[in-house]
Design a binder for this molecule. Structure first.
Ligand code: BGC
Ligand code: BGC
Length: 602
């Protein structure tokens, strides 16, 4: 079995032709021979933009290999042009180094190029899981890559192929769903779309598959927690996404902050080296998560030793001058560890070989600066149309007492809820800021409220209130309920009930005696029982991103509902975790549930 897997992996990673691969290999070997230990370690060092600001000469001094922008590492001008200018400025420093090896720049473009004002923001992965469509995910990967390359950035810390098994986890929305089969299909589709047919394409970007391994399986859904399962379960549930991503040509991956049975993944040699690199034949490189090696040992030097020896190839370092565990510490300590033979030179060479192979395969040197011809595509109508299509495909209809589709003429609609007119709530976390934005602080896009107005005919009156007041004489009420945006551990919850405010709006509207449609914006299933009973129709809209128009397209019947639940929907918190395949399985709605208009008409 292992042999078959390794063979398949080798077979499919050959996305470049053999002569080309041989040529790259020769170039890598030649470069390695010219490199000093310092230069090699520089390639293994990835520095956050905020850590290097005002110290750009360090790129030359330390021959740095990579720069990232963390979720909140903003530059002053966040338009696409502003990003491209900053990228070009930073990249120019690489050309002052002895070997002129280009820097590779990483970013979390997890639902579109989401740190750029004016970029299209796609639905988060949980919503894409509901589409069940590898085709749309592949297109999204391609568009995200093009918008990234317009700003120069060539490396995306995506796709997240976590299999989220517990909705308490704040990163559930970054996962395509609870079923390994679904995650595997959509993760591979994203890799293909992002990387295109050839890594050297100047409109493609490098995918980084994360977080290896078992991030979605931690006990109680705790972010960065401990996944307590036996190896057979770990492999059956959490590994397939990686196997498939390797087949699709993935050349970079990120270990998880989390642990497997008490052992932190960043120090797990068995899984990083023996399973991933040897057994599965992964030839790409491993970049750490944000300051993640620091968690291996209170002594930074020992932490570096453990992670590099476990198989880590590049460290993501957010700290700079004067800070603890800075990139300068990393470089100095790793050099010393090699000198003292605590980290073998062969390990350094292997890491650098992996990194250089990717850089050369991408022809970074040939496309050094931002691809400005692509700037016009950032947030273009064509890109937004694909996002709008993805939104339509992702909506899951949970209940419909023949209220939907809405009529476009001659009715009075009252929209309520503080989230009805909020792009920020539609986008959720990882949008402009790490924790997302509130309100409409991003250019372009359509809120659900605006979309309803756009779609309803002229004869239709549309009212709005935050709390549902003023809905009395309306024919229909629409309540938009939502989770406040969050990212990572900030979103861990022990209680997933709708907020009191949202429940109160639903109650107020229902008390007016009008039919009520509830649209839920959330990163995961929530506990909705009493609201579901009160609602005449209930739509799970997940985190649709900027193109709220896709919601109105389906509400008014221009398109049908096709979305299917990517998670089993729990009745109450006591039921969580509940997943397809459980021995006892009695959810509110099963995995795969989703009504359509045709069924309703029967
Ligand atoms: C997250 C990663 C992300 C990295 C860089 C970490 O906190 O776990 O998913 O890629 O930060 O922003
Ligand atoms: C950064 C994120 C990172 C997180 C880790 C934030 O400050 O912006 O990119 O994932 O810290 O805790």
């Amino acid at each position: 079995m292992k042999l078959v897997l390794a063979f398949l992996a080798c077979f499919f990673t050959l996305t470049i032709s053999q002569p080309k691969a041989n040529k790259i290999d020769a170039q890598v070997q030649a470069l390695l021979k010219k490199m000093t230990l310092e230069e090699k370690i520089g390639q293994m060092t990835q520095v956050d933009y905020t850590a290097i600001t005002n110290h750009y000469d360090d790129i030359v001094t330390y021959s740095l290999g990579s720069i990232l922008w963390g979720g909140s590492s903003e530059i002053p001008d966040i338009t696409a042009k502003g990003w491209a200018a900053t990228y070009d400025m930073l990249q120019s420093f690489s050309q002052k180094t002895k070997l002129k090896v280009p820097l590779i720049f990483g970013v979390d473009a997890v639902h579109g190029h989401n740190n750029v004002d004016g970029a299209v923001i796609f639905p988060h992965n949980v919503a894409l899981g509901a589409t069940r469509s590898p085709q749309i995910v592949e297109r999204i990967g391609g568009i995200t890559a093009a918008e990234m390359r317009a700003t120069g950035i060539q490396w995306d810390f995506a796709p997240c192929v976590a299999v989220s098994r517990n909705e308490r986890w704040g990163r559930t929305y970054e996962s395509f769903g609870e079923d390994p089969e679904l995650v595997k299909q959509l993760g591979a589709a994203f890799v293909k779309g992002m990387q295109g047919t050839d890594l050297s394409n100047p409109a493609s970007a490098l995918a980084c598959v994360k977080h290896f391994l078992g991030d979605g399986g931690t006990t109680n859904g705790k972010d960065q927690g401990n996944t307590e399962v036996d190896e057979a379960t770990l492999r059956a549930v959490h590994l397939p996404g990686y196997v498939e991503a390797i087949k699709a040509g993935a050349m970079s991956m990120m270990p998880s902050y989390s642990s497997w049975n008490g052992v932190k993944m960043h120090g797990n040699k068995y899984l990083l080296t023996d399973v991933l690199k040897k057994e599965l034949g992964f030839n790409g490189f491993l970049v750490s998560d944000w300051a993640a090696i620091d968690q291996l040992d209170t002594n930074y030097r020992s932490a570096i030793e453990k992670s590099v020896n476990a198989g880590l190839d590049m460290a993501m370092i957010p700290n700079g001058h004067g800070q603890k565990n800075s990139y300068i510490d990393f470089i100095t300590m790793l050099k010393d560890l090699v000198k003292k033979k605590k980290v073998p030179m062969s390990r350094i060479d292997d890491a650098v070989k992996r990194i250089l192979t990717v850089k050369l395969s991408m022809n970074l040197a040939g496309n050094l600066y931002a691809n400005k011809e692509l700037l016009i595509q950032v947030g273009s109508p064509e890109h937004r149309n694909v996002a709008r299509e993805a939104v339509r495909q992702s909506l899951v209809l949970l209940k419909n007492n023949n209220i939907l589709p809405l009529s476009k003429t001659g009715i009075k609609i009252h929209v309520a809820g503080k989230w009805a007119d909020s792009i920020g709530a539609q986008c959720g976390g990882w949008t402009i800021g790490w924790q997302g934005i509130s309100g409409n602080a991003i250019s372009g896009g359509t809120t659900i409220m605006q979309a309803i107005k756009n779609t309803a005919g002229k004869g239709t009156k549309i009212g709005y209130s935050v709390d549902g007041s003023g809905a009395d004489s309306s024919d229909i009420g629409i309540v938009v309920a939502a989770e406040q945006p969050y990212a990572e551990m900030v979103g861990d919850r022990t209680d997933l009930s709708l907020s009191n405010d949202d429940q109160a709006v639903i109650n107020t509207m229902k008390a007016k005696g009008i039919p009520v449609v509830v649209i839920l914006l959330s990163g995961r299933p929530m506990i909705i029982n009493s609201s579901l009973e009160k609602a005449d129709a209930f739509v799970a809209a997940w985190l649709p991103g900027t193109e709220g128009q896709g919601v109105a397209d389906v509400l008014f019947g221009d398109f049908n509902f096709t979305g299917k639940l990517p998670h089993s929907w729990p009745k109450n918190m006591q039921q969580v975790p509940i997943n397809i395949g459980d021995k006892v399985y009695d959810p509110l709605f099963p995995y795969g549930f989703g009504l359509t208009y045709k069924e309703q008409a029967k």
